[in-house]
Design a protein around this ligand. Structure first.
Ligand SMILES: CN(C)c1ccc(C(=O)NN)cc1
Length: 330
């Protein structure tokens, strides 16, 4: 089997939302597909009303195919400090023409304010490795892991776009979705992430390559590109008026500044170009005078995060069969 589903950016490409149908009759939710985590959790009829602010809630009591996974609970905390927790049902899930009849659906009984305030986001579908699924006493498989044996190829691809809908495809590689060739690089999944190491980077079209290994995760659920502070400092040195703004906890610069492109090396001889425009995330003031950088420090995380600012510049193959990541220009 193969599948393909559209994914639509929210304002400033802060996140990408994807339609998913759960239960019988189908309940349609807009889900944040997240390659940086491994839990499929949703706002639900069990989420306190005070924590629901416009989201669509999955109601297992209205699904004839829902079965409670007795005794199972979950709780998760994300890198930005947001969190959620709840209990678990097994139910049918349809996405992009693909179906799985007994997917673990983690129903939220609590969500943190960051999720309550994210009004269009009805839940997250983790597509990292099941090793880090947070359901206890027995961890559950991701939607992709459940489908993998039935897919034509044991892989999925992400084609996120800047300010336009893109696609997640499952089981096949769309040759029309990228230019040139795909460069593959090994993934180390021992921490449960799509973790890989870039050999280095280049700042600007006429910059010199810097040989400096960067170990990080391919994470569709993180908005920005989070890199070692040495790289971040070097980049913003090339942006006039840029500086670290403690009130916004990151590098900020005048929105009319010229931003250099940033090249992330892949394998022995390839690189992904992030256009300068992608390196400006959003205004920090209502006048739109100063803008928050799309590249920020990975301090405190323990690894870098190749988030949407990077991923939307590439066609990305998440190849579980060969534990590798494929990257191509587009
Ligand atoms: C609050 N929201 C919508 C989040 C969504 C995703 C994440 C995340 O770290 N994914 N890898 C954190 C927070």
């Amino acid at each position: 089997s193969t599948g393909s589903v559209v994914t639509t950016p929210q304002q400033y490409d802060v996140e990408y939302l994807t339609p998913v149908t759960i239960g019988t009759p189908g309940q349609n939710l807009e889900i944040d597909i997240d390659t940086g985590s491994s839990d499929f959790w949703v706002f639900s009829s069990e989420t306190p009303k005070s924590q629901v602010n416009g989201q669509t809630c999955y109601n297992p009591k209205k699904s004839s195919t829902a079965k409670k996974l007795d005794g199972a609970t979950w709780e998760i905390e994300y890198g930005d400090g947001s969190s959620s927790s709840g209990d678990v049902y097994l139910d049918k899930v349809k996405m992009g023409g693909l179906n799985f009849s007994s997917q673990a659906i983690e129903a939220a009984t609590r969500v943190s304010d960051e999720f309550t305030e994210d009004t269009n986001n009805d839940g997250l579908m983790g597509l990292a490795f099941g090793l880090i699924n947070q359901v206890r006493p027995q961890k559950q498989k991701t939607f992709f892991e459940n489908l993998q044996p039935s897919l034509d190829k044991p892989l999925f691809t992400a084609d996120l776009k800047s300010g336009a809908p893109g696609h997640f495809n499952f089981g096949y590689i769309d040759k029309n979705a990228y230019t040139g060739s795909i460069t593959y690089t090994p993934v180390n999944s021992t921490q449960g992430f799509w973790m890989w190491t870039s050999p280095g980077y280049t700042i600007g079209a006429s910059g010199k390559f810097k040989s400096s290994p960067i170990q990080g995760i391919a994470d569709t659920g993180t908005t920005l590109l989070l890199l070692p502070s040495s790289v971040v400092t070097a980049y913003y040195k090339k942006v006039s008026g840029a500086g670290y703004d403690s009130s916004n906890s990151g590098y900020v610069f005048p929105c009319d500044a010229t931003l250099p492109s940033f090249y992330v090396s892949v394998g022995d001889s390839a690189r992904i170009k992030i256009p300068g425009q992608y390196m400006s995330y959003a205004p920090v003031d209502s006048q739109g005078q100063n803008c928050f950088g799309g590249m920020q420090s990975d301090d405190g995380i323990g690894f870098s995060i190749f988030g949407d600012v990077f991923l939307k510049a590439a066609f990305v193959v998440f190849d579980a069969g060969k534990e590798r990541l494929g990257l191509a220009a587009k």
